[in-house]
Design a protein around this ligand. Sequence first.
Ligand code: CO8
Length: 258
Amino acid sequence: MTYENIIAEVKGNVGLITLNRPKALNALCDALIADLAAALDDFESDESVRAIVITGSEKAFAAGADIKEMIDRDYMDVYKADFITKGWTRMAACRKPTIAAVSGFALGGGCELAMSCDIMIAADSAKFGQPEITIGTIPGAGGTQRLTRAIGKAKAMEMCLTGRMMDAEEAERSGLVARVVPADSLMDEAMKLAEKIASFSAPVAMKVKESVNKAFEMTLAEGLMFERREFHSTFALEDRAEGMKAFGEKRKPEFKHR
Ligand code: CO8
């Protein structure tokens, strides 16, 4: 499938989405968000895809929602259309593991999109920020929520209240990104990570993702119970039987993703 604002391709068992509006630093216009949602639908229904990487260009992962598209909208426009809810929540709703490979600017909605992914890997050139306050608005796709959970109140407040950008090294130190790598090896490292995840049982990886995400939604007792039930449920999988059998036989497991 070809899209106007992104490039979507399957490489081995990894679905790769490259945001592709270079002239606007990958600003997330409505059409791009629709393309992204459609590509994710495709990847979710493609059984060969077991992990998804989303990236931008060297200069910008994405410089935010498209400001030019928003300029003339009024309250009733965004309220009636429930602006952001449909397309924007698609990434967070993705059941397969997702990795954001971030180079350059990840600002506003760009930072929020990256934070909707399960793992963020940053090039040493990456810059994160929630600059909405500088244009008279506030984050609308998780900037005040996911950022606060990731890096804590002190830094999240500072970033959202001043629009200050955080570089890659600080982002790693603060817990926003899993790893910082040299810019020229970003895609190699992100694809390697995705391929590693894709080499494991797909339903098990989905259960890991769902369980970790519950930590942000439930009390500890509820989360522990959810985890235990998911753990129990892996005993219904052929891949659990194969994984443990292979360990006993000192060989590599051959997962069937069932
Ligand atoms: N929207 C539209 N166009 C943009 C955006 C954007 N967010 N960012 C950059 N561009 C365009 C510029 O207008 C410029 O276009 P043109 O050449 O036609 O003038 C082109 O991209 C290149 O940009 P610059 O010349 O500004 O490049 P610089 O290297 O000088 O600066 C910056 C790079 C610092 C990233 C700068 O472009 C900038 O500050 N961009 C805006 C960042 C920002 O404020 N982002 C937050 C947007 S609001 C938001 O994301 C709310 C999210 C809410 C949830 C989602 C709801 C949909």
